[in-house]
Design a protein around this ligand. Structure first.
Ligand code: SF4
Length: 65
């Protein structure tokens, strides 16, 4: 799995950090998300998928190939 994050689409809502705190973090200054794991291990992949579904800015993409 490859996760990508478009920071210019992020609205700082924080759902991804709540769902998958080992995959995403937020910048302290403005809440914009930071991708911690571009290739998350198996145990974190479901959280990455759920974050992509939940993101209100459609900023997260998950490539399953
Ligand atoms: S869920 Fe989406 S909009 Fe919210 S902080 Fe994460 S990437 Fe940004």
């Amino acid at each position: 799995m490859k996760v990508s994050l478009e920071q210019d689409k992020c609205v700082g809502a924080g759902q991804c950090v709540l769902i998958a705190p080992d995959v995403f973090d937020q910048r302290d200054e403005d809440g914009i998300a930071i991708l911690l794991q571009e290739n998350p291990p198996a145990e974190l992949q479901e959280g990455a998928r759920q974050s992509a579904w939940a993101c209100p800015g459609l900023a997260i993409a998950v490539d399953e190939s």
